[in-house]
Write a protein that binds this ligand. Structure first.
Ligand SMILES: NC(=O)c1ccc[n+]([C@@H]2O[C@H](COP(=O)([O-])OP(=O)(O)OC[C@H]3O[C@@H](n4cnc5c(N)ncnc54)[C@H](O)[C@@H]3O)[C@@H](O)[C@H]2O)c1
Length: 448
């Protein structure tokens, strides 16, 4: 099941973007009083926020569209794009230019192709959008914070524990520098979820004693090697193939428990105000088994145990024709809630009425840009990293077949992302002589 909002939507109405009246004015008044390193855009003497897009695929292009659509809060401009693939960059740029006209100013010299292009793109901007496959996120986030940039980064924020540690360290640095960080877990900006979780936190169903969440659907997009080689008229290097078909490699996507199911896991962590301390899990590949399925599993079933002893039962699968659900549910001592359905069955029955609620993909950008302009506290990197780590913990427990605790998993010394990146550089995961990739075998595979 693909996630929505990966395409550029036409410009939204000006009125729709105004969250607080006079926000930009208040921001302008504040800017003069703040040190330039805290507000990179203040150095230019205008309140224009320059944006760089790193990873100009479906979601990155959508996020750039949403960032540019915050113009009612103050001027914004897309000034640079970095991507490893020129075709992806050109397509994205053409679409954004069509939708946003002069708000897109990315001449040839600010189009950066290659694995290191993001560093140069970061130099040009105030706000970075990081939307490559997740494996690259920690290094790019670290560099963005080192350069003093505000960040919107997509979920998951890493593909392995080492990456999560890197993001947590950079998150602390961002806090020190007063930089704002948004993470693409948009349910946290969706009116129905916000109201439901608020009521749960206020005790609408008493203490929450058990939780369930699901991302059960079918396999998303897939790039077959044979089709890619036909399309490009040549053999691809292994690195190039894995990047084009990134979903199917754990070092790039984190596996689907991290890439998709993180949304539901994040809702549970949000409701529980923390992350689990332990996980037990099962998983495997039941029906997807071709070389183009790479190394990821097609199903996971996890128990996440929280500090108070409550357990979240989490399920995700890529199996067409099966029971299908993307949802979160919690049971309390005084009732229950369908959190994703925004319903509470407690002493009173309550359901959120959605009239006028804004697209959460737009809302998360409005919230971030409002925080940047008005110096509001806004750093989602830690909660984003914790939800990423929760999904990775479930994956590690399933791959290994062991019960794992949070700290041992977070301290794992196994790094999945190669240190050296380049089209001819070696990948750490490679197909065997039959073209199939090795997959994790519970009871045998080591994860820590
Ligand atoms: N929040 C959501 O609902 C949501 C929805 C979809 C995707 N996402 C997330 O967004 C991210 C991107 O997903 P997508 O669907 O846009 O994928 P995509 O394949 O469409 O885009 C990825 C882009 O990154 C580029 N890229 C790859 N490696 C790179 C590198 N090292 N440096 C620079 N560019 C690089 C690719 O060429 C491509 O243009 C993923 O983390 C995904 O989980 C989030």
């Amino acid at each position: 099941m693909n996630e929505p909002s990966q395409i550029i939507t036409p410009g939204l109405s000006r009125r729709g973007f105004i969250r607080t009246t006079g926000g930009a004015v208040a921001g302008g008044a504040l800017l003069g009083a703040l040190a330039p390193e805290r507000f990179a855009h203040a150095a230019s003497g205008t309140d224009e926020l320059k944006i760089a897009l790193i990873g100009a695929g479906g979601r990155g292009s959508g996020a750039a569209n949403q960032a540019l659509s915050t113009y009612a809060l103050g001027p914004v401009k897309l000034v640079a794009i970095a991507d490893v693939h020129e075709d992806r960059m050109k397509g994205s740029l053409a679409n954004l230019e069509k939708t946003h006209g002069a708000r897109v100013d990315v001449p040839q010299e600010r189009q950066f192709i290659g694995f290191d292009g993001f560093k140069k793109a970061l130099e040009t901007c105030d706000v970075a959008i990081l939307a490559t496959p997740p494996g690259f996120r920690p290094a790019q986030f670290e560099e963005a914070i080192r350069q003093g940039k505000h960040v919107f980064m997509e979920k998951p924020v890493a593909a392995d524990a080492a990456g999560v540690r890197q993001v947590l360290a950079a998150a602390a640095e961002a806090k020190k520098k007063g930089l704002k960080v948004g993470v693409g877990l948009q349910r946290r900006h969706q009116a129905g979820y916000l109201e439901t979780v608020k009521r749960l936190h206020e005790g609408a169903i008493g203490d929450i004693t058990s939780m369930r969440c699901y991302w059960n659907g079918s396999r998303p997009w897939q790039k077959k090697r044979v089709d890619l080689e036909k399309q490009y008229g040549r053999k691809l290097t292994e690195m190039e193939y894995q990047l084009r078909n990134w979903y199917y490699f754990t070092w790039l996507s984190g596996d689907h428990i991290a890439e998709q199911h993180i949304h539901n896991i994040d809702v549970i962590n949000w409701v529980k105000k923390g992350h689990p301390v332990k996980a037990r899990a099962m998983g495997g590949r039941e029906i997807t088994n071709s070389p183009d399925d790479g190394e990821i599993y097609d199903h996971f079933a996890c128990e996440f145990e929280y500090e108070d002893g409550s357990i979240c039962y989490s399920y995700c699968r890529h199996q067409p024709g099966t029971w299908n659900s993307v949802s979160e549910h919690v049971q309390g001592t005084k009732g229950k809630s369908d959190v994703g359905g925004n319903k509470i069955f407690g002493d009173e029955q309550w359901r959120f009425k959605a009239e006028g609620a804004k697209d959460p993909y737009q809302q998360e950008h409005d919230d971030l840009f409002d925080a940047i302009r008005n110096n509001k506290d806004f750093n989602e990197a830690v909660s984003g990293a914790e939800s990423t780590m929760t999904a990775i913990l479930g994956r590690m427990a399933a791959y290994s077949g062991k019960e794992l605790d949070w700290k041992a998993a977070l301290d794992s010394k196994i790094e999945l992302v190669p240190k050296e990146l380049g089209w001819d550089k070696p990948t750490l995961v490679n197909p065997g002589p039959d073209g199939y990739y090795p997959k994790a075998v519970p009871g045998k595979t080591a994860v820590i």
